[in-house]
Design a protein around this ligand. Structure first.
Ligand code: GTP
Length: 783
């Protein structure tokens, strides 16, 4: 006889595994669960118990007998014959679960004539059933769904009659007794010889399964599952969804392993970037990715070129450097990847798109010029991205170079040199002459080492797009930075919303390569569309999946572009705060002069509302620029403009990105507004709406009338009753009311874009050529 597992034996004798285990324990056979192996003597012992009742019977006979025994649960609980009297089954023992009907009231699977058991038979009246099942099985299936009307299901007659057929009738809620009876003899006899298909070893499910689905997975009739559920106190229909607990209970009863599937959203590329736990052994040190930022003309490009020429071309004899948006240098076997897109705009644009590919930022400051507005912007961009900063004090060859001044000025922005007790590395260089470059590179490696940058080259590649364009001959061409894993020619890939197979790869030296490891920039062809800088890419197992993911991503992108992103604005600030989405209010403060900027920043920092911190991520004097908007968009910040205006590009970008720009002229109003928004009391019943702008082309002084501004309407329209502002080089120099608006000699109610007009402003004659006159009206807004 071959060895059997408990659950296999249980199935053979039509018992539940639990019962067999209990029986074995009574027989002092050591078993632990349904998977335990049964020795042959244990099997024979069990046989002596179970088979007695069925000995000599065919399956059909057995089936036949069961209905007459008036007990549907018999398969589980009582096929035993009274007279057999095996040693451990005294007719009235008080311990067994397989007790006989005549026994006293101890066992859960007692016979119907007892009045105790949970699995009592329906011959008890149905109201008993209602109570007894849940009570007895309570612990196991508290979560079971008992949403069926039990009195309806629990038709005693059906039960008394039945096995499967009867149960089915019951389940279908057929008119009942008659239908059931009539059909019964016909349907039953032919099905009797059916042997159930073998149970699977394991099933999986996702979230839930209906009774029918579970039955199919277990190769069982739904009615059988329903029956088991009923025994567990759960009234279920064939279409009822079963929760995890119910599924596990049923499967445990069958001795089938069960596992809940965890599905990840394949189309969300970000999930591939969330590092799963990787064994330390699989990780290797990877080169750092470095971005160079700084003020205009401080020498970013010269520095990038200088590094490339001294290190790349010299190192790789004959290599033709080609511009692919990034390049790698090799210093004594250690590599550094430079992102060849100078400027913080590119840096922040990428970050705005969710890509943080830079490990380290170099801020270039010209020693003869010192810290300039864009230097500060660059520092703030790097800080907002939380990347370490190295300062390269450039143009040291110039006689006017004053590195101490640079250090002094940077101290004010939180970058304190190591010599002065801080932790920022300053490296004096001359990008033009190539001096100090080696030290700078050494420092980069040092900082990178501290960061312990690691990657696993043995996984499919993931990374970010640095640049991409459409090439007439080659189609869509993208420069990718591999951030983890190894990218190979032929890999199926999804890049942003594009997909394809890597057809060819070229490195920064213009050479064809077959693979690219972590932190390597490569230019690839083979994808169907042009992705955007900052898009992420992921390599997939097969092209079919890549195509599916790519297509579904591009669909989602179209839909997403229709429904706007929820950015923080003063109007929705309170809502976002209450939902816990915003815990820190990021602000960018721009004002006409530095003194005001500081005063505003100081006052804003004093705002104290529980639950939210005010954090000023950037300040500056001058008009609001596109770079401010990009930073705001990347950091979910609000821009406060005091006496300044956004320039055209900034305005367009703010509209596109949904960045909230608040313009003010009185400091306490700014503070009041933000405080009110934080407390959820913002009550902007009226909102200023800018209706148009006109450019002053000519001024005519007329005595008694004042200065007439001969203007050309460049945007929207100028209306007679509007309020006006005079803006000179991005700064508001006057705000007041329009006095007169004329087309030629006639008064006009409004003048539209593309037309000329004459404007005078009440109590203001200092209009100059080139000024912008902005017209605004106050509009009531519905909240
Ligand atoms: N004397 C001297 N001149 C330098 C040095 N580095 C750069 N320059 C000069 O400074 C000017 C500006 O340098 P770029 O490298 O174009 O500056 P940038 O920061 O890239 O400027 P943008 O691209 O306009 O933002 C050029 O005329 C360079 O030759 C240096 O170390 N010493």
């Amino acid at each position: 006889m071959t060895k059997l597992r408990v659950h296999e034996y249980a199935r053979k004798v039509n018992k539940s595994s639990r019962e067999v285990v209990e029986e074995l324990q009574k027989l002092n056979v050591p078993v632990t669960n349904h998977m335990s192996m049964l020795e042959s003597d244990a099997v024979s012992k069990l046989d002596s118990i179970y088979k007695r009742s069925t000995a000599g019977s065919t399956g059909a006979q057995q089936e036949k007998r069961q209905p007459s025994s008036n007990n549907r649960q018999n398969e589980n609980s009582r096929p035993k014959r009274p007279a057999s009297g095996s040693s451990n089954r005294p007719s009235n023992n008080s311990n067994g679960s397989s007790n006989r009907p005549s026994n006293n009231s101890n066992g859960p699977s007692n016979r119907p004539s007892n009045n105790n058991g949970p699995s009592n038979r329906p011959s008890n009246n149905s109201s008993n059933d209602q109570k007894s099942s849940p009570q007895q099985h309570g612990e196991k299936h508290k979560k079971g769904n008992q949403n069926r009307n039990m009195s309806q299901n629990n038709n005693n007659n059906n039960y008394n009659n039945k096995n499967k057929g009867g149960f089915n009738n019951n389940q279908r809620k057929k008119p009942g007794i008659h239908g059931g009876k009539r059909r019964h003899p016909k349907t039953h006899q032919p099905t009797i010889p059916q042997t159930p298909k073998e149970l699977p070893e394991k099933i999986t499910f996702y979230e839930s399964l209906s009774v029918a689905e579970l039955a199919k997975k277990l190769h069982r009739e739904p009615s059988e599952i329903i029956k088991k559920l009923f025994m567990l106190g759960v009234m279920a229909t064939i279409n009822q969804e079963l929760d995890k607990d119910a599924i596990e209970l049923i499967c445990a009863d069958y001795g089938v392993e069960v596992e809940e599937e965890v599905r990840i959203d394949k189309t969300d590329l970000d999930t591939y970037f969330e590092q799963e736990e990787i064994a330390e052994g699989d990780l290797e040190v990877r080169p750092p990715a470095v971005t160079i930022m700084g003020h205009v003309d401080h020498g970013k490009t010269t520095l990038l070129d200088s590094i490339r020429h001294t290190k790349v071309t010299a190192g790789e004899a004959g290599g033709i450097t080609q511009h692919i948006g990034a390049y790698q240098v090799n210093i004594d076997g250690k590599k550094i990847t430079f992102l060849d897109t100078p400027g913080h705009a590119a840096f922040t644009t990428m970050r705005a798109r969710g890509a943080s590919i830079t490990d380290l930022a170099i801020i270039v400051v010209a020693a003869d010029d010192g810290v300039m507005p864009q230097t500060v912007e660059a520092i703030n961009h790097a800080k907002a991205a939380e990347v370490p900063i190295i300062v390269a004090v450039n143009k040291m060859d110039k006689p006017t170079a004053n590195p101490d001044r640079v250090m002094q000025e940077l101290t004010e922005h939180g970058l304190v040199p190591e010599d002065w007790g801080g932790d920022t590395i300053f490296v004096p260089i001359s990008a033009l002459k190539g001096e100090g470059i080696d030290t700078l590179l050494e420092m980069i490696l040092l900082v990178a080492e501290v960061q312990e940058l690691k990657a696993n080259p043995n996984r499919p590649a993931i990374g970010t797009v640095i640049e991409a364009q459409l090439d007439k001959g080659r189609g869509s061409v993208a420069t990718l930075l591999v951030q983890d894993g190894t990218l190979r020619v032929g890999d199926p890939i999804v890049v942003g919303h594009a997909y394809g197979r890597v057809r060819a790869m070229v490195n920064d030296l213009g050479r064809r390569v077959k693979e690219a490891g972590p932190a390597t920039p490569v230019e690839i062809t083979g994808i169907n569309e042009v992705p955007q800088a900052g898009d992420r890419f992921v390599v997939f197992e097969d092209e079919k999946t890549a195509r599916q993911v790519g297509e579904s991503r591009s669909m989602t992108a179209i839909q997403a572009s229709r429904s706007e992103k929820q950015r923080v604005t003063l109007d929705n600030l309170f809502e976002q705060m209450s939902q816990g989405d915003v815990k820190e209010l990021n602000l960018i403060v721009k004002a006409d002069v530095q003194g005001t900027v500081e005063a505003m920043a100081a006052s804003l920092m004093k705002i104290d509302v529980e639950g939210v911190n005010v954090k000023i991520i950037h300040t500056g004097a001058g008009a609001i620029t596109e770079s401010d908007v990009t930073l705001a968009s990347a950091s979910n910040a609000i821009i406060i403009g005091f006496n300044v205006r956004p320039d055209v590009n900034a305005k367009r970008a703010a509209d596109e990105e949904g960045v909230d720009i608040r313009l003010h002229r009185i400091i306490y109003k700014v503070i009041e507004e933000i405080e009110a928004a934080m407390k959820g009391m913002l009550d902007p019943e009226f909102e200023e709406k800018i209706v148009g702008q006109a450019e002053v082309r000519q001024t005519i002084k007329v005595s008694k009338v004042g200065t007439i501004a001969g203007s050309y309407v460049t945007e929207g329209k100028i209306v007679r009753d509007a309020g006006v502002r005079v803006i000179r080089e991005g700064i508001v120099v006057f705000e007041g009311e329009l006095d007169s608006l004329k087309r030629f000699k006639d008064d006009a109610k409004e003048v539209a874009r593309g037309y000329e007009c004459g404007i005078t402003i009440k109590n203001y004659n200092d209009i100059k050529e080139g000024d912008i006159i902005e017209a605004f009206v106050m509009e009531e807004i519905k909240r």
